[in-house]
Design a binder for this molecule. Structure first.
Ligand SMILES: [Zn+2]
Ligand SMILES: [Zn+2]
Length: 346
């Protein structure tokens, strides 16, 4: 008694998704690795950061360990073995080539991956105390109306680290002295104020919101007054992909460009670049989860009849412009009104 592989036609004892083991191995991946990882070392003593503690460890060994910990290998694979070879690329990056071998139901296989490990620099606690907690600028990230999520804050911290890594590759010594998470925000103490300001501007371009710069005297140096700068970015309450309303008008936030939100008015699909100040008159009504698929029943030049996915009743929806729609469309329902979502243009 055997089964026939749908791919090669061989008769075998067992099938996996309709395939013999050899064909299954050809069409599937058994291992997964991230494209990019981060590691943080102290520029002063070389200690490596583990979650919230610091350990003395050789950087090369630490990179390998981080890569090893990021590999995910399918449970179906037996006789697994892996080799990781990491080479430094400049001062702030390692390129690691990973080879994983194993066998699936007796069929040997090998998969290869390449991972970038970005080396960030941050003074360890011990050195930070010793160096008198040196910093010139504080980058403060806060929220407005709603608190930024841990994930959003983490993205911002990684972004700053990557920019520092890029500078370090050019031989510039900028580093993070300390990262202090607070409720609904984070403070980054950074060794260079010019860089800190640039980070605030870059993040502002990308996310929008409001910025504020304050200076605080920090003592004298060579007869001149020294200042420590605080650069505050208050992230806006809105994010890319949100739906916002002003009275009876519904908008989709396509993106933020140079700090200015670009909105699509759902009624007519016109695109508006909004002054950030005006955004306070809008409120969030939901995010991209509001976009649903609906079946097209019939259509004319200016109208389409669809099945409302919430009620399964047919509804007439005005087309914002002349166009031919397919069998299904993306829609957004708000206050019992249905809008076509202009996904083709986005
Ligand atoms: Zn086969
Ligand atoms: Zn150190």
């Amino acid at each position: 008694m055997g089964f026939v592989c749908v791919e090669c036609g061989r008769e075998v004892g067992e099938l996996y998704n309709g395939l013999c083991a050899e064909c299954y191995v050809k069409g599937n991946r058994f291992t997964e690795v991230p494209k990019r990882l981060h590691i943080v070392v102290c520029p002063n003593c070389g200690a490596v950061k583990y979650k919230n503690t610091w350990r003395e460890e050789d950087l090369g060994a630490a990179v390998k360990r981080v890569v090893e910990g990021s590999l995910s290998v399918s449970q179906d694979l037996t006789e697994k073995s892996s080799s990781i070879i990491c080479k430094p690329k400049g001062k702030s990056m390692y390129i690691c080539n990973v080879t994983i071998t194993g066998s699936f139901r007796g069929v040997r296989l090998e998969e290869n991956h390449s991972i970038e490990v970005v080396v960030g620099r941050e003074l360890c606690q011990r050195c930070s105390r010793k160096e008198g907690h040196y910093f010139e600028g504080i980058l403060q990230i806060r929220g407005d109306r709603r608190l930024p999520t841990d994930e959003e804050l983490q993205t911002i911290v990684e972004e700053v680290r990557e920019n520092i890594a890029a500078l370090q590759r050019q031989g510039k010594q900028v580093f993070i002295t300390e990262i202090v998470p607070i409720r609904g925000g984070v403070d980054l103490y950074i060794s260079d104020k010019g860089f800190t300001q640039k980070m605030m501007q870059m993040l502002h371009h990308r996310f929008g919101g409001e910025t504020k710069t304050t200076a605080k005297q920090s003592g004298m140096k060579n007869g001149r007054q020294q200042y420590r700068m605080t650069y505050l970015l208050r992230l806006p309450y809105y994010r890319d992909g949100d739906f916002l309303a002003q009275g009876e008008r519904l908008f989709y936030l396509k993106t933020v460009e140079r700090g200015k939100p670009r909105l699509i008015e759902m009624e007519n699909w016109s695109e508006i670049s909004m002054e950030p100040k005006m955004m306070r008159y809008l409120k969030t009504v939901g995010d991209s989860k509001m976009i649903k698929e609906a079946v097209v029943v019939s259509q004319s030049e200016h109208e389409v009849q669809i099945l409302d996915p919430y009620t399964l009743l047919t509804r007439d929806v005005r087309k914002p412009k002349k166009m031919k729609l397919g069998e299904t469309v993306k829609i957004v329902k708000w206050r019992d009104r249905i809008y076509l979502f202009p996904y083709e243009d986005l």
